[in-house]
Structures are given as structure tokens and as C-alpha cells.
Design a protein around this ligand. Structure first.
Ligand code: HEC
Length: 255
């Protein structure tokens, strides 16, 4: 497996990088590569714009918007510190995404113009702080909101759960799309290291099991990326099956 990818999703440095406790660790963490960054930002930005453009905005649109915005902020923040010339742009994208994530439910429709500015090549505005921030603290996002991106598109998600299940039965996804999906899932796993199920841990719902299932999700995402990069369809399908298994196991216990 590609060394940098392992560093990105395998190290505490990245968690700190994304959640933003320590600027120095950003140097050690691998930023999300260009092609994935573009695909992922565009996927989430498109979802947000579509949700806010609906004649009748969905009741749960705020959660979908929060989920996609958090991810955009994470993608942007992972790349900060790589190239000084890009930092202000990335910080602007991150801060715009955070602002959208925090938009009051009643004000969502009015946030459409701001949502339309989200782009992988967004220009810098003002003089944003390029220090990493704790994205979970900044947005107040909870686990239910984080999982929204996995839901069906009909309810404001990105249809990822269906995509994972479908590809574990019959592989149809393009390698680039699989790599982006793997990256997204790995970032979700990073956030799950900090987040808890509703009601917290206790009784049969142990933190130990949570960590085990989450780690399985992360490992399956790594295998998925490796198989897609090596263009090995059989391994890719197996990785989708494993990934689906990790989702189901955690849901059986915690959902
Ligand atoms: C570490 C545990 C854990 C893992 C791993 C996990 N989930 Fe979840 N997921 C949850 C919990 C807990 C909820 C319930 C959230 C709530 O409503 O409070 C949830 C909710 C969901 C929901 C929304 C509820 C629903 O059924 O529509 C979807 C969709 C979802 N998860 C998809 C996935 C997918 C896809 C994966 C794997 C790629 C995955 N999850 C991996 C814990 C997990």
C-alpha cells in the first residue's frame, strides 16, 4: 500500500491534523491528493447546493448540509500547510464550510449564495487564519449528522451505503470513485474516534467494541483504496464486502 495513504489514515498525526489540535503535526500528515480533493469537494458542494435549491427544503436538510460541510472543511484543512500559496484559499474554503455547517435551520434557504461559492479552487477572501481548528468543536456535529452523508440521495445523503452494498454484490464503480469513497470513509472513521453513539457508552455498548468496528471500517477503506489504485476488481469487490460488514456490525450493536 502507498506509504503516504497509510500515514494519512493510520496515524494520530492525521487525527490531530483534521481535528486540528496541533499545527506541527500537519507537516507529518499526508494531505488529500489533488484529484481526490477535487472530486470530494465537488461531490459534497453539489449536494449542499442541490439541497438548498429545492422549492421546499427538506426538514432534515440542516443535518445533510452539516455533514457535507464538515467533510469539505476536513478535506480543505488536510491540505493546509502543504503549499503556503494555497493556505489562504483552503482556509477560506474551510471557514465557509464551517459557516454553512453552523447555519440555523430557519436561515438555510438564504445560505444558497454562500453554498454556491464552495469549490476546490475557491479564491481566498480576507485574511483567514491558517491555523487548524477542531472541526467537531467548531461545528458541534454529532454522530447522527456525520452518518447523514451515507444515506440515500432521496433523503439528502450521497447514497454511499447503497453504493457500498451494490458494489459488494456486483462491482460497477470506477476506480477513481472508489478511491474517493475510501478516502471519505477513512475520514469518517477518524471522526468516529472522537464521536460517540447517542446516549454514550455503557452496558453492552462498550467503547472497546466501538473502536473495534471503527478500526475495521478504516482497514476496509484502506484495502479499498489499495485495490482501486492497483486496479484489482476482485480485491476491490472483496473490500466492499468487508467495508459493508464493518458498517453492519457497528449498527447491530450501536444503532
Ligand atoms: C463505529 C460505529 C459505526 C460504523 C463503523 C458505521 N456506523 Fe453508521 N451509524 C452508527 C450509529 C451509532 C448510527 C445511528 C446514529 C443516530 O441516529 O444517532 C449510524 C447511522 C447510520 C446511518 C443513518 C441511519 C440509517 O440507517 O439510515 C447510515 C445511512 C449509516 N450509519 C451508514 C453507515 C455506513 C455506510 C457505514 C460503513 C461505511 C457505517 N454507517 C459505519 C455507527 C456506525
Amino acid at each position: 500500500m502507498h506509504q503516504a495513504w497509510r500515514t494519512l489514515i493510520g496515524s494520530t498525526a492525521l487525527l490531530l491534523g483534521i481535528v486540528g489540535l496541533d499545527l506541527a503535526t500537519m507537516d507529518a500528515a499526508d494531505p488529500i491528493p489533488d484529484s481526490e480533493f477535487k472530486a470530494l469537494v465537488e461531490q459534497d458542494a453539489k449536494n449542499i447546493v442541490a439541497l438548498l435549491s429545492e422549492a421546499k427544503i427538506k426538514k432534515t436538510a440542516d443535518r445533510s448540509v452539516k455533514s457535507s460541510s464538515l467533510m469539505i472543511a476536513a478535506y480543505a484543512q488536510s491540505r493546509m500547510g502543504k503549499n503556503a500559496a494555497d493556505d489562504a484559499k483552503l482556509a477560506t474554503l474551510r471557514d465557509t464550510a464551517i459557516k454553512l455547517a453552523k447555519t440555523d435551520k430557519k436561515m438555510l434557504a438564504g445560505a444558497l449564495p454562500l453554498a454556491k461559492t464552495l469549490s476546490p479552487s475557491m479564491a481566498a477572501a480576507g485574511n483567514p487564519s491558517i491555523k487548524p481548528v477542531d472541526l467537531l468543536k467548531e461545528t458541534g456535529l454529532d454522530l447522527e449528522e456525520l452518518m447523514y452523508q451515507f444515506k440515500k440521495t432521496s433523503v439528502g445523503g450521497l447514497g454511499i451505503e447503497e453504493e457500498v452494498k451494490a458494489n459488494s454484490k456486483k462491482l460497477a464503480i470506477k476506480p477513481e470513485a472508489a478511491i474517493a469513497l475510501a478516502r471519505r470513509t477513512a475520514i469518517v472513521a477518524e471522526f468516529c474516534e472522537t464521536l460517540q453513539p447517542q446516549g454514550g457508552f455503557g452496558g453492552a455498548k462498550t467503547k472497546k467494541d466501538w473502536d473495534t468496528y471503527n478500526k475495521e471500517m478504516k482497514t476496509a477503506a484502506e484495502a479499498l483504496a489499495a485495490a482501486a489504485k492497483a486496479n484489482k476488481p476482485k480485491d476491490l469487490q472483496t473490500a466492499f464486502t468487508k467495508l459493508d460488514g464493518s458498517c453492519v456490525q457497528c449498527h447491530n450493536k450501536f444503532k
